[in-house]
Design a protein around this ligand. Structure first.
Ligand code: GRF
Length: 202
């Protein structure tokens, strides 16, 4: 059965696009019903619309509290029968108003090997720290900062003297593959959650 996805994104939208492309080429039995962004100038708007995907800008400034904003997002997601909420570079913390509507049904992609380097500057934080290995994590979202149960991780080795932009490129390349893989595993119902541990059934 085709899984109905709702994507939340604040930026470029390359991860949203990678998922949409994997759907289009038959690698993923899913459909992106709607993309919602909190930024009027986000690149994701153009990318989504050029692929024929409905994209809405919901302005956070119009809501007094974070919870009310999340309530609006949840309302849109519910009204469109979204089954899985995909955070693809969404730069806001998500509250229980959305999470309680979608228990273990909100996932995020993070450009580091969590629990190392949570937060919005993960890539450069890891680089400045001098790590020799970094990577990508896909995880369920809870109310903390990048703290939910880990679904998939993939490491990325740093070459001696490698630049930040080169690492970024490698990380994005992993992201574009790993995120779709995580979505596919969930769509195929191949996940068992035991506390913090996420088991994947082969
Ligand atoms: C990605 O690096 C993702 O890991 C992080 O935000 C970035 C979004 O990139 N959460 P894009 O907008 O999908 O191109």
């Amino acid at each position: 059965m085709t899984t109905v996805l709702g994507v939340l994104a604040s930026g470029n939208g390359s991860n949203m696009q990678a998922i949409a492309e994997n759907i289009n080429n038959g690698k993923l039995d899913a459909r992106i019903e709607v993309v919602i962004t909190d930024r009027a100038d986000a690149g994701v708007i153009k990318r989504a619309r050029s692929m024929g995907i409905d994209c809405l800008y919901v302005d956070p400034a119009a809501y007094e509290k974070r919870e009310l904003y999340d309530e609006k997002i949840a309302e849109i997601m519910k009204s469109r029968n979204i089954e899985l909420v995909v955070l693809a570079g969404f730069m806001r913390l998500v509250s229980s108003r959305l999470l309680s509507e979608y228990p273990m049904r909100v996932i995020n992609i993070h450009p580091a090997l969590l629990p190392s380097f949570p937060g919005t500057k993960a890539l450069s934080d890891a680089f400045e720290h001098g790590v020799k290995v970094t990577g990508v994590t896909v995880h369920f979202v809870d109310e903390g900062i990048d703290s939910g149960p880990i679904i998939l991780q993939e490491p990325c080795l740093l070459e001696e003297g490698e630049s930040l932009s080169s690492i970024e490129e490698k990380i994005h390349c992993i992201e574009h593959r790993l995120f779709s893989e995580a979505v596919r595993i969930i769509c195929e119902n191949r996940i068992r959650i035991k506390g913090r541990r996420v088991e994947i059934i082969e």
